[in-house]
Design a protein around this ligand. Sequence first.
Ligand code: ZN
Ligand code: ZN
Ligand code: ZN
Length: 424
Amino acid sequence: MMNIAGIERFDSLEKGRGLRVTRPFKVGELLFSCPAFSYVLSVRERGFYCEFCFTRKENLARCGKCKKAFYCNAKCQKGDWSNHKLECSAMNAFGDHWCPSDLTRLVARILNKKMQKERSASEVILPVQDMQSHVEDEDNEKREMTEVDIAALYRFYGKHLEMPEHKDLLTIFSQVSCNGFTIEDDELSHMGTAVYPDMALINHSCLPSVIVTYKGSTAEVRAVQDMKPGEELLITYIDLLYPTDDRNIRLRESYYFCCDCQECKYKSMDKAKLKVQKRSDPIEPDIINNMLRYAKKTIREFRAFKSLLEMCEHSLEHMGGVFADTNVYMLHMMYQAMGVCLCLTDPYGAVRYGEKIIKLYSQLYPPYSLNVSSLYLKLGRLYMTLDRKTAALSIFKKAMAIMEVTHGKDHLYLTKLRKELTQR
Ligand SMILES: [Zn+2]
Ligand SMILES: [Zn+2]
Ligand SMILES: [Zn+2]
């Protein structure tokens, strides 16, 4: 069997499959890098990044046929053609009705690649078809969503792909939703989605030993703890900010298991994470529970839209199907949208919140966290727009200290940052 130096696969009764190290690794050391088996740039990011190499730059060249895909140059366009040909003519034919989900697009690319049959460089330890699936654990709602995706796959990609049987499609969709990775940039904004079969064996812990970052579409796995031979590679599948119960609800809903790491056992951070106001007469547990429910409901509603502007635009579009523009309910939402747009140019307000958040983030997240480094970067860039260069410099340094471990000292993000700082 082929191997990745310093890493081995294990199968155990209690933990199932996983990866562990066979030699020591130091904090910040690269364990391995894994090219994507398949990947796809989000539709929303079209025009900002090259579809093939994920380089961000201005003046990308457009595909002459569909005018919707963007590339650095002819070489990148050629490299992407085996995937883009699945969409290029369909996007033209369907026009505005072309709307497969990112998951469907990724599955189409996987099916396309599987027609080649030979094992790829991302399947050294695990072939793509051996990734875990959870079809039997899915509830009706999840199943219905998959059926919608499968219908879209037939509709938009039927011409170019040999479709497997329905039950095999269910398996592939389940595998990709449980094992897919989102490719994120240095500020953690979502660029695309990908599958990395070899990395699919890495289990979850709320006290991760490794972190995944990206160079283009290639994933890199680095140690964020010193590791001794035999220690397991553990990443986090979820945002670690939330208390133990919330984390496990999220893990159960998306990945069908509960975590039994030390943090989930002893819940040492939960007290700080669920802290209530100190008063002379303590707040009733009922009031606290009601407030918790309210908070979670608000987060859910907000998440459904990602931003207030999106919420305004969505409601305008929805109501606009029936109401005319002069309708007062339309006017109300337009007024709100204008307010949100004005707020978006309020860097002072953003800095005020950012400074409050970062203090708590650095206490509540593990020492090497991308959530923390990305917030340092955002805050630093805000300071720059406000011309507060000393503050910017000191906060960029904090971001870089984390990123040297998580991204490696010579990552493009770091060289760019250093260049930016010396130019000032
Ligand atoms: Zn490119
Ligand atoms: Zn095209
Ligand atoms: Zn845990």
